[in-house]
Design a protein around this ligand. Sequence first.
Ligand SMILES: *Cc1c(COP(=O)(O)O)cnc(C)c1O
Length: 398
Amino acid sequence: MSNAEWSARGNKVFIGTYSRFPAAMVKGSGCRLWDADGKEYLDFLAGIAVCSLGHCHPKVTEAICRQAASLVHVSNLFHTPPQIELAELLVAHSFADRVFMANSGAEVNEAAIKLARIHSGPGKYEIISLEGSFHGRTLAAVAATGQPRFHQGFEPLPQGFVHAPFGDPQALEALITPQTCAILCEPLQGESGVRPLTPDYLLAIRRICDRHGLLLIFDEVQTGLGRTGTLFAHEQLGVTPDIMTLAKALGNGLPIGAMLTTETIAASLTVGTHASTFGGNPVAAAAAVEVLRIMLADGFLESVRDKSRYLVEKLEGVATRYPHLATGVRGRGLLLGLVLTEKGIEQGMTIVQQMFEQGALINFAGNRVLRFVPPLVVSREEIDQLIAKLCLVLDDLA
Ligand SMILES: *Cc1c(COP(=O)(O)O)cnc(C)c1O
């Protein structure tokens, strides 16, 4: 079966929510993917910041196989060893004391919204999030998402969500009402174009929360788990949340998410208040335990920061070489965006398409920047290869 045949079959049966590349991926290893026609790709998308240890990392694969051969699912009516080990690791390496597990980013954000509401008590239900944010596609998560294009046609959305202008703590504080219970934000906005929040801005948000008795929720679904060069992005920003959500990279491709919080706040979710049939499934949890062990091993996070410096330098070189198309680089760790000029933005989709033709995978985030989120195990040689392909494509445009 060729790419064309698979694409034709897929296009007949799927609801058309995705605009897919015309390729069926059949195999992955490290930073490489292969499609049904045997074409090789250098993958700087990593399944949208998910496969942080690269495709089919041997140790993760082994953990998955081992667990799949002994126990796949029992529900949360029982304890399972991988889920306990995972929660212990998360607690040991974060501000948190308690963990709730689900299967995706949207789901753990839903859990965080429910926790913020129930903890704050009757009448305090409003959550302030930021314009340009992305928190997922379920109804409450999409209501929290500060991008109107994701709301259109789905109204009425759940009530109690307001959006503050990006980068303006005073405007945010002015939105607080007696109904407000929490502020929700990403430490760095991924989907809307790799927009970092400055440490000052985050600190101002933390202070506002403290002044008004609000919970601070960090959505680290994309920024968490080494992506920005520390285990969690907030560690390098000097601001600690009350609740944190994780998903994408946690299972290196298996669906798992976690909501973390403190002992006191966690006490508000009592028996029966929230649940997930699959959440923290033993196979996904076993994968996540291995992911954390690898990321916490000596030198791993340091190597991410190292490669980040290298990729930033190379991307800055690209911006210098093509000033008519790109203005500079932003982001943290290996969550980086090449910011495009107005002319570059017009060409954004074309650049991504041409890169695909060249066998390199990147995407166009927020219709503003080219986003680079390679596996964290990417090598300098692979960075060089990616940059060479990018220059080839940009030369062609010029
Ligand atoms: C991807 C993402 C989500 C949604 O995660 P899903 O697993 O697709 O539900 C939520 N928040 C952020 C910051 C994300 O990047």
